[in-house]
Ligand binder design. Structure first.
Ligand code: PEP
Ligand code: MN
Length: 453
């Protein structure tokens, strides 16, 4: 068993701002420090978006997922945007996630833990700090919490007021999601609430409807015998985002009367992106001190020792539910890159929830200039992930997907076999290409097949 590195284990001093002593990658440059300080002070006084009670309930549920009693479905946009904070976009995304989770519950015969990539997914890591067009160079777009996507100096300025706007848009999203769910939108008796207007003729929609009809029959049969079953009328939904912009996360890090420790109350389940997961970096420093369940993205260049040291720093006590590792290797790399990591963590006897992100290692650009992903590569990575875990004797406990309820053409392939020329028809993503409805359902059905449901 590995021993915690003395440098990082049981750190004497941690504070919500101790990350500021480390190198923080992927942060914007704010021109006016006083303006930033005013905005973060205001943000720190605004109410939280989630509660510590919910955060702890999620940690417990993730602990159960680590034991194989639940399956995690985590999904949503690559980047949310303020203009997309609308009723149809929020409810359509929820509909797809609910339909997928119904497929999974039915097929896997175990509860599904639903976590949205939403209500706060407003900060994006970028491969370059600046962007040049026609000889003009401006700061890169880093997500709506930082600056605007338009290619003008004004839009690209890092604006501290956006911290407040991001909080407000997250709150509006949360409020609507909570109201829909509490109001019965997720009721299993009414899966017709989740129908998407434009999927009438989708081949998979027919298969899905047959399944739903079957579930409805069993439900009515059981209730005839046993009376109304409360658990079927509502579901839990948790939120997650990449906690990238540390000024924002710090301002949302709070203490509460009833629970010890510090909680990031901007979301239930923050994660560290692949580009900011350095052991001695600011993000790792920030994350080690918060009490939320946390996740880290792990890419193809990660070495077993790096992963073990990260586990020591982020979960020194091997607390159940605390740490999720999301591997995102790429269809071509996963067979070479994943087994040694799984074996090392297994040998060390450390407790993690392994989750597959089959999206981020499979991004490519087409000759006509679109950032896309081939469905075959996404499916291929996911299939291999199940097989590799089975071979090593570890458990793939969930998936992390970029998807939308809008009728987009961003990823190629899938049931309708979208081609390169189809991409221009409805390419709406500001950052990474997302699965559309059919591609999402197809993956849910594949997960059921691969995990022997
Ligand atoms: C993302 O999840 O949008 C992302 C940037 O992922 P990664 O950190 O895995 O590259
Ligand atoms: Mn992305």
């Amino acid at each position: 068993m590995n021993h915690p590195s003395p440098l990082f284990h049981k750190p004497a001093a941690w504070a919500p701002d101790s990350w500021q002593q480390r190198v923080a990658l992927q942060q914007p440059v704010y021109e006016d420090a006083a303006e930033l300080a005013r905005a973060t002070k205001q943000l720190a006084e605004l109410p939280p978006l989630v509660t510590s009670w919910e955060v702890r309930a999620l940690k417990q549920a993730l602990a159960e997922a680590q034991e194989g009693q639940r399956f995690l479905l985590q999904g949503g946009d690559c980047a949310e945007s303020f203009v997309d904070c609308t009723s149809p976009i929020i409810s359509n995304r929820l509909k797809v996630l609910l339909q997928m989770s119904l497929v999974l519950v039915h097929g896997l015969k175990k509860p599904v833990l639903r976590v949205g990539r939403f209500a706060g997914q407003y900060a994006k890591p970028r491969s370059t700090d600046t962007e040049t067009r026609d000889g003009v160079t401006l700061p890169s777009f880093r997500g709506d919490v930082v600056n605007g996507p338009a290619f003008t100096a004004e839009a690209r300025r890092a604006d501290p007021q956006r911290l407040i706007q991001a909080h407000a848009h997250s709150a509006l999203t949360m409020n609507f999601v909570r109201a829909l769910i509490d109001g019965g939108f997720a009721d299993l008796h009414h899966p017709e609430y989740w129908d998407l207007a434009w999927v009438e003729h989708a081949p998979l929609a027919a298969e899905y409807r047959r399944m739903v009809a079957g579930i409805g029959d069993s439900l009515r049969f059981m209730e005839t015998l046993a009376g109304p079953i409360a658990g079927f009328t509502r579901v839990d939904f948790f939120t997650s985002h990449e906690a990238l912009l540390l000024h924002y996360e710090q301002a949302m890090t709070r203490q509460v009367p009833r629970h010890e420790g510090w909680f990031n109350l901007s979301t239930h389940f923050p994660w560290i992106g692949m580009r900011t997961a350095a052991l001695d970096g600011a993000h790792t420093e920030y994350f080690r001190g918060i009490s939320n369940p946390i996740a880290v993205k792990v890419g193809p260049t990660a070495k077993p020792d790096d992963v073990l040291r990260l586990i020591d720093v982020l979960n020194p006590e091997d607390e159940p539910g605390r740490l999720t590792l999301i591997h995102r290797m790429g269809n071509a790399q996963i067979a070479a890159a994943l087994p040694s990591l799984l074996e090392a963590v297994k040998r060390a006897g450390r407790r993690v929830l392994w989750v597959a992100d089959p999206m981020h290692g499979n991004t490519e650009s087409t000759s006509n200039g679109y950032k896309t992903r081939r469905f075959d590569n996404i499916r291929g990575e996911l299939e291999q992930a199940f097989d590799i875990h089975a071979a090593v004797g570890t458990r793939l406990g969930g998936v992390h997907l970029e998807l939308t309820g809008e009728d987009v053409t961003e990823c190629m392939g899938g049931a309708r076999d979208l081609s390169e020329t189809d991409l221009k028809r409805a390419y709406k993503s500001m950052v990474d290409p997302r699965l559309n409805y059919e591609q999402s359902l197809e993956l849910a059905m594949l997960i059921v097949r691969k995990s022997g449901g």
